[in-house]
Design a protein around this ligand. Sequence first.
Ligand code: HEM
Length: 502
Amino acid sequence: MSSLLERLPFLTNISSPYTLLFSVAGVLLCHGVVSVYRAKSGLGFLPGRTLLISPATVIGNFVLPRIRGISTGRNFLFVNKYSEFERFGASAYRLEVTSSRARFPKPTELYAVLAFFGRNIVVSEGDEWKKYRKISAPAFSEKNNKLVWDETVSIVEGLFADVWGDKKEIVVDHVVDITLPLALFVIGAAGFGQHMSWKDTEVCPEGHKLSFKQALHHVATDVFIKLAVPGWAMGLTDRTRQTRLAFDELETYISEMIRERTADGAVEKNDLFSNLLASNASDSEKNAMTEQELAGNVFIFLIAGHETTAHTLAFAFAYLALYPEEQEKVYQQIKTVLPNGGSPSYEDRTKLDRCIAAYYETLRLVPPVTNVPKFSAEDTTLTITNAQGEKVVIPVPKGTQIALDTAGLHYNPLYWEDPHAYKPDRFLSDYNRDAFLPFSAGSRSCIGRRFFEVEGISALTLILSKYKISIKEEPQKERVLNARAGITVTPIRVPLVFTRRD
Ligand code: HEM
């Protein structure tokens, strides 16, 4: 049998381990250079950075600092916004990528870890995804939207009554301490049909080690531990053991709910989970989801909707505090809708367009999801716009990874006048919908968009109707907008003051 050295003649004069090492490194280097050349030529030598590690990977976005030629540094897509496109003089237009799901599917292997409880809408593609989307879509019904509104109002009123009391001024050191539980309670009530309170009054039912609220809270906040730590290591520290317990407990709660709500005589509810079960029951047996798939899907609504919502509320409050004149415009509209105070009703929502404009402008400036990954399923082309505003067609070989860079698009001056300025009014008249991508677009766009919008409008209306928001005096006010990379773009510290209006 011929040896490796005989088969690789250029390695035959090896005289020391160092020579072997250098030779192997040389071969790898040549291989790397050829691969990069092939990749660049495949894309028609599209201008842009050549990096060893993409900023659209976990290691590139979360771990490595900026190293020339290797990595861009953490949270790069958000930090750099449009500047990379400006530097290289080209920007892709997203329309083609989001409108053709078959040509540009999702690289599902990136999401595989999110199938803890079962296969679901986020981790799937093709026919499997179609089945999940078809059964899930009716869950986000008009009745559910109304439930989201009513539950949000009741949860915010609970915050006023149980936490803020009759204080004239409430100082919050980091506003996510309010928005994370708020978003969790809303998904608990309108997602799972489980009411939770700001007070720690929940009792742990028999047979459980955690209350539903505790399990949901730990799962939502510690999902990154479950993603990062291998199963065998979950028993090593108190924190990881707590996370493991919370996931086990939530899984048990979900199974119990499936049994309760599919039993004969179960009360009709409009939360996402009940709606999902009803939608599943009406599908033919062949196409219906299994119990595991139901658990997987309802769990993924929690993960996809919790942090995105909580961080958007936090940044929206921060911007309104930084721009009191914009806050005043929203408040004046709220006053015309609720002239006698009181709670806003679901029917009021369409009259509150300044609230939604404030959220959209926040989502434009701080899109929680900075990279929507896709790949090319075939040899194809894409049309890009160069710095001169001309359309240029570039080749895209099969297998090319594509990142829809939402911050890059949202700060592009071709589509947004004065893109760095906070101007919610731009969303009150016609705007370029194709250049606004916080919820992605096309058939795989966010299924929970309305859920978020309804929650956001009702929470903001109620809070602003009673309180003025300002920044806690700090030397550098703009710091409140600083963000780091997390599962979604994460505010670092937003210290706010809520001052009662009466
Ligand atoms: C500010 C709030 C939100 C933002 C910015 C947001 C953003 C997004 C984005 C960008 C995607 C596409 C991700 C991708 O293709 O990789 C997505 C998908 C999704 N979102 Fe949201 N989301 C928000 C709120 C919610 C809420 C409240 C829920 C559920 C209650 C939810 C459930 C989902 C689900 C299930 C998907 C997967 C849809 C599919 O693949 O067919 N989202 N979201």
